[in-house]
Write a protein that binds this ligand. Sequence first.
Ligand SMILES: [Zn+2]
Length: 347
Amino acid sequence: MRATLMYGAGDVRVEQVPDSVIALPTDALVRITASCICGTDLWRYGSMKPEEGPARMGHEFIGVVEDTGSQVARLKRGDLVVAPFAIADNTCQFCREGLHTSCTHPQAGFWGGPSSEGGQAEAIRVPLADGNLVRLPVEADSALLPSLLTLSDVFGTGHHAAVAGGVNPSTRVTVIGDGAVGLLAVLAARRLGAEQIILMGRHRARTGLGREFGATDVVAARGGEGIEAVRELTGGHGTHVVVEAVGTRPAYRQALGVVRSGGVISRVGVPQYEDAPIGFGSLFRRSIRLAGGPAPVRAYIEELMPDVLDGTVEPGKVFDAATGLDGVPSGYQDMADRRSLKVLIKP
Ligand SMILES: [Zn+2]
């Protein structure tokens, strides 16, 4: 079978690999019908050292169950399923509390890397299949598949950002970042009834989609100028919730500048820094809280799916390009160059 491997920064190849097989009785073997490239993959695409590779890539996928291990009870051959980006058992104490990204099972973790396979491939071995895979009540060729695929990461992550920030109908929200997660945080905040949603981003096609998803205002300026613009839109106070969907220190500083006193900065962009202001003059004096983390999207799939199935939301609009496996390497480059927002893969 064929799978995507990253050998180092800027070096993605689609190669022949050994066929995926059931290795443990709790595994399922899934033939992948839809996958995609994530903004998170781009951090490694920009900086991965050759000695860290080659790594199997892809953590978002939909597919058809081809085979199941002897202990898999909830799934059968032929089921169309979606997988969350983090592997969890869905039964331990953290999973029961809805924090699947802190699952304590020894097989829990993330797709790709040395111990698990990746979703940008023809097939995949899914550990802890009963806990991870969620059946989709549609046909394999459904037009809803792109939107359902976003339940594996970007829609669930945008939703988590909004939930962790405490978005409700009386909150004003700023979303920093016009990538797929930022745009879907806008959609999630709208879905949760936010009164005002300010999207900070400068890519016009993307901020246009952000308006379609529910942004009430768009601020293209960054830094001090951007902060000033958000404050003007909010009576000088900033917003109760700031979703930081970029992950850089300048984005964090921007979040500090636009958050309202007593508010929450909810981070879902993977931080590319360890040191940032948290002291008296930044968080403490204004009673600002810091929230977020890797989203436990498994906890949200059943909750978000009905709105996708009935067309209330169309998160799949973030896909602006599609390719087979052969086009995956150029898909990475297109996303790195911001020519594509998010690339759908049909293996
Ligand atoms: Zn668990």
